[in-house]
Write a protein that binds this ligand. Structure first.
Ligand code: COA
Length: 152
């Protein structure tokens, strides 16, 4: 397994991975192109040369009135490649590669409170829970509650 920065030519593969969370690859293609163009870091994980996961990061206003802050985007591994450490490697490398201006500038992630797998993954990588709410960064969570975590 290897990770690398996404290229414009990865749009189709990224759209295909995005579709494992709902919708079709065709429906995600425009967003995939936009993400590759705009995200500060967008990592693709490959296994045997085939893209199997992605995650990225961008500066977003997470809470009303707050400054723009680093927020993890995506973090998806295709079902056939899960539980092999790929998600942890992607998120770990994303934290390492985020161009923070100061050492203590936090990286945030928002997760549906019911997504215990992703919450555990974040906690294992040193993220800590900050708070729970119905919405962060304009995202409303199915089930009604999201968790905001930060690193460090
Ligand atoms: C969450 C997701 C990215 C994890 O990817 P992955 O490659 O399977 O994760 P890893 O193999 O690196 O697992 C790292 C740790 O996360 C936790 N974890 C991952 N999947 C889990 C599961 N199904 N149940 C419980 N814990 C899980 C475990 O603590 C695991 O460590 P361990 O294997 O030593 O027990 C993947 O399940 C996924 O794409 N899910 C759908 C999209 C999603 O929910 N993304 C997160 C949105 S914030």
């Amino acid at each position: 397994m290897a990770t690398r920065n996404a290229l414009p030519t990865d749009a189709d593969a990224l759209a295909t991975i995005m579709a494992v969370r709902g919708g079709t690859a065709h429906e995600h293609l425009v967003s995939a192109r936009r993400l590759i163009a705009r995200l500060e870091v967008l990592l693709i994980a490959e296994q045997d040369g085939a893209p199997v996961g992605w995650c990225g990061i961008q500066k977003v206003r997470i809470r009303p009135g707050a400054e723009l802050e680093w927020l993890v985007a995506g973090l998806t591994v295709v079902p056939a490649a899960r539980r092999r450490g790929i998600g942890a490697r992607l998120l770990g490398e994303l934290v390492r590669d985020t161009p923070r201006t100061t050492q203590d500038e936090p990286i945030f992630s928002v997760i549906n409170a019911g997504n215990l797998a992703s919450i555990d993954l974040h906690l294992e990588l040193g993220f800590l829970e900050v708070e729970r709410a119905a919405t962060f960064a304009g995202i409303k969570f199915s089930g009604g509650v999201g968790v905001l975590l930060s690193h460090p």
